[in-house]
Design a protein. Structure first.
Ligand code: GLU
Length: 293
């Protein structure tokens, strides 16, 4: 259910508590906070903990500690995604009623084997913008009888969006408004590059794409400020917004902070972790300078 429109801009920082925050997260959090402050807007924090196997209360507590150390404050209560699986389920049901969802039975191992066999025979397999192979179309073509039998037999399955059907239903090109550090202006969205995206898994009741879309609308987010690594994913979010009748925010994808090896920082990277920098005695006030803010 979308939040009623707000007369103020609404920003959010949405980390996943599956590791410690690093300088890249600090840039995101500070930009969201500063842009909200500069526009007289609101700054929200959202805990994206749908992956119940990797997210922990310890990492969540560390997020609050690190953000407080940076001098940020945010509105309470904080939205925690694991408290809202019913909302993601309702969105999945709606897409299912629109006949855009199918049960997907292939395991990660089966997909990998299929791609490897294909590539071994010299054929390339299409990959998404993150480099992962697109989901094969086997399950999309199964009959209802076959699907029912597999489910009755207890075969574990995910639910995926039938991308082509969804695009046919929308029927018009999609775009989004971008104000970030990469391309700007009206950006054409190409969700088909992601293939039949996963909407829920047997071990995680909602996917990142589905929950982020539902939550941004539920919280009345007007401006999404996040790293350029999520630029391409915005195409999927725009498609889901359109299918679910949710208002699109304005997007601002900011530069990424790279490690000494020139790669994106990872959560296991101690030297750029905010807690590690604090423990080394770095004053919180120096973080902005390190980030070029
Ligand atoms: N939870 C995501 C992450 O930690 C960010 C999602 C978003 O900002 O849209 O990478």
């Amino acid at each position: 259910m979308p939040a009623p429109p707000s007369d103020k801009p609404v920003y959010r920082f949405a980390p996943s508590p599956n590791g410690f925050l690093h300088l890249g997260h600090a840039l995101s959090a500070l930009l969201n906070h500063d842009m909200a402050a500069a526009s007289g807007g609101r700054f929200l924090l959202r805990i994206e903990d749908i992956d119940l196997t990797r997210c922990t209360p310890q990492f969540e507590a560390a997020i609050y500690r690190d953000l407080a150390w940076l001098g940020l404050d945010w509105e309470e209560p904080v939205r925690r995604q694991s408290d809202h699986f019913d909302a993601y389920h309702a969105a999945l049901d709606r897409l299912t009623e629109m006949d855009l969802v199918y049960p997907a039975f292939l395991t990660r191992g089966e997909v990998k084997a299929k791609v490897a066999a294909n590539e071994a025979s010299g054929k390339s397999w299409p990959r998404d913008p993150d480099g992962s192979p697109l989901y094969p179309d086997d399950d999309r073509h199964r009959s209802q009888t076959e699907r029912r039998k597999l489910i009755a037999d207890g075969v574990r399955h995910a639910f995926r969006l039938d991308m082509q059907k969804a695009l046919d239903l929308i029927g018009a090109p999609l775009n989004w408004t971008e104000t970030g550090d990469g391309d700007r202006g009206e950006i054409p969205a190409d969700p088909s590059a992601w293939g039949d995206v996963v909407l829920s898994r047997s071990d995680a009741p909602s996917s990142y794409h589905l929950s982020v879309t539902v939550d941004d609308a539920a919280q009345g987010i007007t401006h999404v400020v996040r790293g350029l690594d999520l630029f391409e994913a915005t195409a999927v979010h725009r498609l889901l917004q359109e299918l679910l009748g949710l208002p699109p925010p304005i997007y601002h994808h900011h530069r990424l902070i790279l490690g000494a090896d020139g790669r994106k920082l990872s959560k296991s990277e101690g030297s750029t972790g905010l807690a590690a920098l604090r423990d080394q005695g770095l004053p919180a006030g120096d973080i902005r300078g390190r980030l070029g803010l």
